[in-house]
Ligand binder design. Sequence first.
Ligand code: MG
Length: 184
Amino acid sequence: MDEGKNIVHSDVVTAATKDALIRRGVKIQDIAKIVYELQVPYNKGLSLEQCIDSVESVLRKRELQHAILVGVELDEMAERGQLSQPLQQIVESDEGLFGVDETIALGAVYTYGSIAVTTFGHLDKNKVGIINELDTKKGIGIHTFLDDLVASVAACAASRIAHRTRDLQEAGLTFKDVQNGKGS
Ligand code: MG
């Protein structure tokens, strides 16, 4: 028996994750902008391009991909009124005490360590940029899960950069040097 027969190829999952974000109105650049704002105070030479690369890298992780696919599916089902009651009403109204959206997003953050966890907490509280736009209570559509998932991706990408910064410092380099082709 072919043991790999029922396994979905990671390329398929990666593509589905990116499609889900785009379909829901989230561009990689939107997430990268949050990462840039978080990390530029500590990295003078940091560019938006490097933040985009970091987001892309995070989106290749299965932990994040699976969380995004589950969360987006639930948001979309809620928009179509396909969840059973009372869950439909709870997700639709993004009820304050419903914490499963945060729990799924937080679970995916652990891969990137304590900086990612604390950054996620910050973004969850102080919704910025696209996260604020997605807040179900403020706009059209249901993004109960998506706002937390975007915060999760941004927190992970910011953590990656923080760790990379230290590696560069120890090598006597900055992100600007990497941009200019030094030390890579
Ligand atoms: Mg939420």
